[in-house]
Design a binder for this molecule. Structure first.
Ligand SMILES: [Zn+2]
Length: 85
């Protein structure tokens, strides 16, 4: 995991969490599965100050079994947080 800067308001340690997780499938013509999708919504922030930034992961696995990571929610959320600090 990337390094996370401390909270700019209180100097406390920032934490990460999964705020929401969704798994669903894309189908072709109603019966044939094309791929399944995992979307985890990550939050990075300070629970004491209740300040958060968030970003979603998008991970797909198709019928060929290959896993494609379209976006890494936690890395993006940490980048957002570190830019703010
Ligand atoms: Zn704080």
């Amino acid at each position: 995991m990337k390094e996370i800067k401390n909270c700019p308001f209180c100097g406390g340690k920032a934490i990460t969490m999964i705020d929401d997780a969704v798994v669903y499938t894309e189908q072709n013509g109603g019966t044939q599965f094309i791929y399944s999708i995992i979307e985890n919504k990550y939050k990075v922030g300070c629970p004491s100050c209740n300040v958060w930034v968030a970003a979603k992961s998008n991970i797909r696995q198709g019928a060929d079994g290959e896993v494609r990571i379209l976006s890494k929610g936690l890395d993006e959320a940490i980048d957002k947080w570190n830019r703010r600090v």
